[in-house]
Design a protein around this ligand. Structure first.
Ligand code: MN
Ligand code: MN
Length: 312
């Protein structure tokens, strides 16, 4: 099972000028073949279906634990799309590649790619053959970083830049993790065999901040008591920087997310969000909870927990 923490893995900027076209491009990182739904569900199914897990424990722990991190990546991609759509007008849907964000959703992320095509379960590679699945994972992380760099270059919106800067660094960790697992099993160094995209992560300002914090070296353990064998694979020197790889024995501290304002023109969460907030307040008080909302968000809200509309 998964324990859920109501924080983001990394800081994203608050809404600024809306960018619906950019938000369509970012959809590829959500529901594209090499998007975060694919990484999350590839590793999730591989861990669910893992046979002889005690006999292969370090590899099981690696796949199961990275799956948990990918859940947080999906959350970041959704938050980025929602941030980029905040303050946009329904007229913008005419220029959007993914008008369902407006028509079927509340100016929000979809489980679709940048053409509005739904994410597909066929993107999951899970043969049961550990080496084959790890190889698919290495290529999936490689393709994911390739796509992220192109979204970085094509989207100037600060939320898209912050997202891709962070995910390029974390995807690099996962690439190295699967390469090391394969090397341990087969002796082959796939990062040398494959001319993976040469991504100069250390030259990208939005990635540099995370490398300075050492996040390119850390594999986080996303469980209070399980997945203890990560260090059997995640050890030695980083193949590009030579620095020592480290297992961090906890989830990242994370940051409180921005509470995004209501978008009343698409009824999200309603045409009159104040009414829901009044009902919520009454229910809280009746249940003996504090009058003010208890959740922690990055931005100030009023006494009902409502955020002012962000001006484009
Ligand atoms: Mn990811
Ligand atoms: Mn990954």
């Amino acid at each position: 099972m998964i324990l859920r923490i109501d924080r983001h893995l990394t800081e994203l900027p608050p809404p600024s000028s809306p960018d619906p076209k950019g938000a369509s491009a970012v959809q590829e990182l959500m529901g594209g073949k090499f998007g975060e739904m694919s990484t999350f569900l590839n590793y999730t199914f591989q861990s669910f279906n893992f046979r002889n897990r005690q006999g292969a424990r370090p590899f099981y722990d690696l796949v199961a634990n990275i799956a948990a991190e990918e859940f947080g990546h999906i959350e970041l991609v959704a938050a980025t799309i929602n941030t980029m759509l905040t303050g946009s007008s329904v007229d913008d849907l005419r220029d959007s590649h993914t008008p369902q964000q407006f028509i079927a959703g509340g100016k929000a992320a979809l489980a679709q790619n940048s053409h509005g095509i739904p994410w597909n379960g066929d993107y999951v590679n899970n043969t049961g053959d550990l080496v084959e699945d790890l190889m698919a994972n290495f290529l999936l992380e490689t393709g994911a970083r390739n796509n992220k760099l192109k979204v970085y270059e094509s989207c100037e919106h600060p939320a898209a830049r912050a997202l891709t800067g962070y995910l390029l660094v974390r995807g690099g960790v996962h690439q190295v993790a699967y390469a090391r697992a394969l090397e341990n099993l087969t002796g082959a160094d796939v990062s040398k065999l494959f001319p993976t995209p040469r991504i100069p992560t250390d030259k990208i300002p939005e990635a540099q901040v995370h490398m300075k914090a050492g996040k390119h070296l850390k594999l986080y353990r996303f469980s209070p008591s399980d997945y203890l064998e990560l260090a059997a694979v995640w050890n030695g020197a980083h193949p590009e920087t030579g620095e020592p790889l480290v297992v961090e024995d906890q989830a990242p501290e994370g940051v409180p997310p921005f509470a995004l304002p209501a978008e009343t023109d698409v009824f999200a969460p309603d045409y009159a969000p104040e009414e829901i907030a009044q009902i919520a307040k009454r229910l809280r008080t009746q249940a003996g909870l504090p009058e003010m909302p208890t959740g922690v968000v990055a931005n100030p809200t009023n006494g009902n927990g409502l955020v002012d509309k962000v001006a484009p």
